[in-house]
Write a protein that binds this ligand. Structure first.
Ligand code: TXA
Ligand code: MG
Length: 334
């Protein structure tokens, strides 16, 4: 594995590596992705293998420019076009009918493809240099915490990729919002870095409701990546409702992750009972909290704690995305 910086020569080499069937981990504004040429079924198969990801869990295809959409998807609907114009590039993935020539391995045999245009300039430049569209899941072993630093990728997948491009920490810090444009109205399959409120400002009401992932015909079938246990640290994780830090009953050496604004009562609830308290955003800014979420979980998970306790964030803006990750991370222990 080669670790490259984000100078133009490195990005060109990363693009060439993708074009010749290699695996490249690269930064996006959400999390680091593990990319392969979306039209090279063998390279895409290596991505599934590297992550130990089940083949029924489809990948997101990343573009260098919105005008490349028709290489992978059928002509976008009016609503999809409106979202692309208003919110791309950015942390919004649109699920649309796929083009026949996109290999089935990318979409796990579904008739739809998930597509996004990342806001991160390093990502777009690598994709542009590759001359293709890039299929990329998050660059973490399946089911483990997503990477928001090149170091996270190196530590857990370093021996399985050809190149890691270090573009510094990811600014958004949670994965993209996945929106199913084949549903009427469109439906959120995964809450993420693009708040539902922002999407609704462009196309009006969408469906946010969480359907049971395992229900017949539920999201487990529609978007297999929404399986309950995901993004999980190895240390047992326990959840606390917003503002209820005092109700934690830690045992052993425990750490606490605080998602809401820090007040005197927060400090009081944490001090003495936890070996370490990590405040995601002392002023209660959910954008800041999301940006640091996975890095904090990685750090606490390697801190040798017996337990991690985490407070849920308020349910607005990026709150649903943060809480979705925390709930999935905690699911393993139930
Ligand atoms: O921010 C992100 O989206 C990051 C960066 C690297 O772009 N990528 C990412 O990929 O989170 P991944 O593979 O970890 O998650 C992709 C999600 C999964 O939940 C998957 O089931 C869903 O997108 N998905 C992909 N294709 C789909 C499709 N055709 N229909 C429904 N859901 C799909
Ligand atoms: Mg993932």
């Amino acid at each position: 594995m080669e670790l490259l910086g984000s100078d133009d020569e490195s990005l060109r080499r990363a693009g060439e590596c993708l074009a010749s069937g290699g695996l490249v981990a690269f930064p996006t504004e959400t999390v680091y992705g593990l990319g392969a040429d979306a039209f090279d079924a063998r390279a895409v198969a290596r991505v599934f293998e590297a992550k130990a990801r089940p083949s029924f869990d489809p990948l997101i295809v990343h573009l260098a420019s919105a005008s490349d959409i028709e290489r992978v998807a059928e002509i976008p609907s009016r609503e999809a076009r409106a979202l692309m114009d208003a919110l791309w590039p950015g942390p919004l993935t649109l699920v649309m009918p796929k083009r026949e020539k996109l290999p089935d391995i990318v979409t796990s045999g579904l008739a739809t493809v998930a597509v996004r245009l990342p806001a991160n300039a390093v990502a777009r430049s690598i994709i542009a240099y590759s001359g293709t569209a890039v299929a990329a899941p998050s660059a973490n072993p399946f089911g483990y915490l997503s990477p928001t630093l090149a170091e996270h990728v190196r530590r857990f997948l370093g021996d399985k990729v050809d190149i890691i491009v270090d573009g510094g920490p990811c600014s958004v810090g949670v994965e993209s919002t996945v929106l199913d444009m084949t549903s009427d109205p469109p439906r959120i399959l995964r809450p993420g870095g693009m708040p539902a409120e922002t999407i609704e400002e462009v196309i009006g009401p969408i469906i946010h409701s969480r359907i049971e992932a395992h229900a017949p015909g539920g999201l487990g079938a529609a978007s297999p990546g929404l399986l309950d246990s995901h993004y999980a640290p190895r240390t047992p994780l326990h959840l606390l409702e917003t503002g209820c830090l005092a109700s934690a009953r830690p045992s052993g050496r425990a750490a606490v992750l605080v998602s809401s604004a820090v007040s005197g009562s927060t400090l009081e609830a944490c001090s003495g009972r936890f070996a370490l308290a990590r405040y995601l955003s002392p002023v209660g800014d959910l954008v800041e909290a999301a940006a640091g979420l996975f890095a904090a979980l990685h750090e606490l998970d390697s801190g040798g704690f017996d337990q991690i306790w985490a407070e849920l964030a308020p349910e607005s803006g990026l709150g649903p995305a943060i809480n979705d990750r925390l709930r999935k991370a905690a699911k393993k222990n139930q």
